[in-house]
Design a protein. Sequence first.
Length: 332
Amino acid sequence: MKLVFSKIDKISIFITGLLIIGILSSFYDFGIVSLFFSITMPILCIILCFFAVYGIIKKKYFHLIGIILFLLFFNFFFQVSIEKNSNPIDTIGILTYNVKEFKHPISDKSKQDTSTEIINFIDSLNADILVFQESSYKDGIKLKDYPHYFLGYRENVDKSLLAIYSKYPIINEGYIDFEDSKNNAIYADIKIHNDTIRVYNLHLQSFVINQHILANEYKSFNFWENIKKTNTKQIDQALLIKNHVDNSNKKVIICGDFNATPNSYAYRILKKGMDDTYKDKGNGFGTTLSILNYPLRLDYFLYNNYIKVLSHDNFTLNLSDHEPVFMKFKIK
């Protein structure tokens, strides 16, 4: 008997085919294809939900294949956490934030930057550990109540500045340099009472997409080639970090600006054997950067099973191009 497919059936099959390519692109480096699907996967999911409902109504259950595949390989991009935790003894709060050199303009017409507002926000939050990307203060900013800090600045080393501030003693620290890149990572071992945790501060390879930069600084800039190289670099950097983490045998928190979505291969590498605070305790889209009002989650807290997460909060401050992420945890 010959199968007859309607136009809707054919579109559904086509979208499911795209999803399969997207799944493969999250396990392999397909360059621009991988980037495209890592960003658009939520859109595919929404479309597949409509086809799934249609399939149930019409009793054409093959329309459910796409959404089932999505849920098998990806977590849903919108979270609802209704569990409320009290603040037990020994709760630790940690903030990660790409602060854009503390120089992001308050508005397009303003010459005033956001440094004061960011510091006021930090003071109000009263976090125990602060993790900054693109700090760009080689001597460190003055923050009260944080006597211990590790600044990633090294003379004659051209890297985007990272920093870790702590109310607790930092007993060990180090760098993880990425080859042929201004991006990098640092880590600090922080002694909290009778325990020690290792906090990794990551700033994975950045995508150069600013049109002003393209027009004025890189006359021969190849946009598509840059995307391909950036995607490959992110994967190599993620592998380097993950190898370092796996060899540490520490109670670990990986945080920072990954410049990669949760549907990317780089994220999948870092997430292996770890948990994601947003998926455990987050709400909403978990947006940390928006492009044309399209929500992207690029900043993370990942942790191993020595850590118990109590809360995860996203903020909308508009004081940098990225938004801060704050979480509270206990050491098991």
